[in-house]
Design a protein around this ligand. Sequence first.
Ligand code: 9UX
Length: 72
Amino acid sequence: IANTALISIGGMTCGSCVSTIENMITQRKGIYNISVSLDKAIGKVHYNPSETNAEEIRAAIEDMGFDSTLVS
Ligand code: 9UX
């Protein structure tokens, strides 16, 4: 079972932070994969809803210093 979260991510200006966010979030419990688009300022995350949730993932990105908003 996988849910998808779309998260708007502000404050990324180069690919370095794309990699940092992807690496950090990938290591979290319940995350299947994440791909972050620098151009679109969006992260798309597939996760196991019995282990985590969209708000928790959003908050983790926020805690890394980026303005994060759930899109869906
Ligand atoms: Mo690139 Mo991350 O300038 O703060 S290293 S966006």
